[in-house]
Design a protein around this ligand. Sequence first.
Ligand SMILES: Cc1ncc(COP(=O)(O)O)c(C=O)c1O
Length: 433
Amino acid sequence: MQTRFTLPQSSIPTHWYNLAADFPEPMAAPLHPATRQPISPSDMYAIFPENLVAQEMSAERYIEIPEEVRDVYALWRPTPLLRAVRLEKALNSPAHIYYKYEGSSPLGSHKPNTAVPQAYYNKIAGTRRLATETGAGQWGTSLALACQLFGLECAVWMVRVSHDQKPYRRLLMQTYGATVYSSPSDQTEFGRKWLAEDPDCPGSLGIAISEAIENTVTHPGTKYSLGSVLNHVCLHQTVIGEEAIKQMEEAGEEPDIVVGCAGGGSNFAGISFPFLRKKIAEGKKYRVIAVEPLSCPSLTQGELRYDFGDTAGMTPLMNMYTLGHDFMPPSIHAGGLRYHGMSPAVSHAYKLGLFEAAAYPQNSVFEAAVLFARTEGLVPAPESAHAIRAVVDEAIKAREEGRKKVILFNLSGHGLLDLTSYDAYLNGQLRDE
Ligand SMILES: Cc1ncc(COP(=O)(O)O)c(C=O)c1O
């Protein structure tokens, strides 16, 4: 029985898919933080190059992937699709469970799908250095390598809890040539303010973003790069779903349910947006589920309103599900899901009822992660394990209802550098905050 579905290198997608072109009603425009009027492209040129701003605002359905980017994608794309037959058996479920494995990239996650084009577009626009933030370190390592491949310098503000919990990711970023600061840092006015108020501040993605933006606007030749949330990031990630559609065809099945974990929303957008296109254009009835941590539940408990993407309030105001830009998430181990807001494109799709959302406490997430590791062999990233939790619950429901369901999920990254959180779980030290 075939359980692994691979595509040849020639099947690397040639275009990214832009869901904005197919929304039944348009997304609300981002607003200028000072005037509260819709932002113009030139307002963003201080932190992003023009070519990426054009993508951010594009209404084109398909955007061609430059050859230089596809050449780097060829290091790991197309990623494999696998059927988790041993997990199905362990659950004694009639469900067929498929996962798209983005952890097979050299960086161990989906993040290089956008780090590579962002570095490329900055390089051709004349940028010399990129500044960014990172939570778990997955994004920072991806941008560090992408910058190295395109000859850019890279500076990363890493959320302090992850910086302290995950020294190996910091070492990886440094191996790829990046400079890494623990955030809040003494490198920026905003960081110094936080340190003065609370020397033990664990940091947050919102603070680290503010620091990276402050550094960008005070350093000529530097631009800012964001690893999630924005339209162009979601766009770049759609290679995941485009490949998955072909691979499901190869497997001879169509998913009933499509699942992804959601932090800022980019891997969820990546797996789901091409399926949402089929839902909108072809009337497909997929159930699509975004899964978030109960401790940082922007979709399930946040409000849809204009809010800042960072803590200091330097970004444009975006219409998104948010817990408030000053929300300080508890130090859960899924560092990559500790973000107060949700991508405006994902938020808009949620508002339009195109998908559902679920939230889980971390112990139940790790229970599913360990079951997956013990059956399929792969140790998932704690972020990705949120999707696995939902998949396991859907497979159990399928068993109880006696119905075959085809479930597809995105395994956004491996957890081999997250073993301290497994240690905490296995020793009963994880708290459900
Ligand atoms: C493996 C993994 N999955 C998911 C996420 C969440 O980000 P996003 O919602 O943008 O995919 C992260 C963020 O760092 C991550 O490292």
